[in-house]
Write a protein that binds this ligand. Structure first.
Ligand SMILES: [Zn+2]
Length: 63
């Protein structure tokens, strides 16, 4: 899923990186009220980037 694998932080060397994911969900809403009628769940990861506890954040990758 995450095309470019990075095993450690380039700033502090920490090898326990996290990944921030933005996820698209599908749902059906009423055109009249905007009320959610049906949740289709997670469709895809739209973009993601690595994060480190030192504050470093990698570039954002779009899918
Ligand atoms: Zn770091």
């Amino acid at each position: 899923m995450h095309g470019m694998y990075q095993d450690k932080c380039p700033k502090c060397g920490n090898d326990n990186l996290k990944i921030y994911e933005q996820i698209a969900i599908g749902r059906i809403v009423s055109a009249r009220t905007g009320k959610v009628l049906e949740n289709k769940g997670i469709m895809e990861v739209t973009c993601w980037n690595y994060l480190c506890k030192c504050g470093w954040a990698g570039e954002i990758h779009a899918q």
